[in-house]
Ligand binder design. Structure first.
Ligand SMILES: [Zn+2]
Length: 110
């Protein structure tokens, strides 16, 4: 009996406290990410580059300022991810719940 959501990581509740993004997962585990960690983990092409068969694109080093680590707001994306908007205007990173879960070394693995 395989539900379509089987194996997916889901966040039950997400909130920000000071400079921490706190996630309560469906299995009850809680993860805390400070904004700087989150920003440095931004998986978008601009931050991390894109690799395909033909070309490897490496982005230039980013100028990160204190504003870069201010989380202005964030929104849910398609029920599987969040998209943060940062103080320096950067908002192209989409962090899936799976990605965030993997970012937490203490999270139980499925
Ligand atoms: Zn990015």
């Amino acid at each position: 009996m395989a539900g379509e959501d089987e194996g997916e990581v889901k966040a039950k509740n997400i909130e920000t406290v000071n400079n921490i993004l706190a996630i309560v997962w469906e299995d009850g585990h809680e993860s805390y990410f400070d904004f700087e960690t989150l920003r440095r983990a931004c998986p978008c092409a601009m931050c991390k580059g894109e690799t395909n068969v033909m070309v490897e694109y490496k982005p230039p080093p980013q100028k990160l300022t204190p504003a870069s680590f201010e989380l202005r707001s964030w929104q849910y994306v398609g029920g599987y991810a969040i998209q943060p908007q940062w103080g320096d205007g950067h908002a192209s990173g989409i962090l899936s719940f799976q990605y965030l879960r993997d970012l937490d070394p203490d999270a139980p693995r499925k």
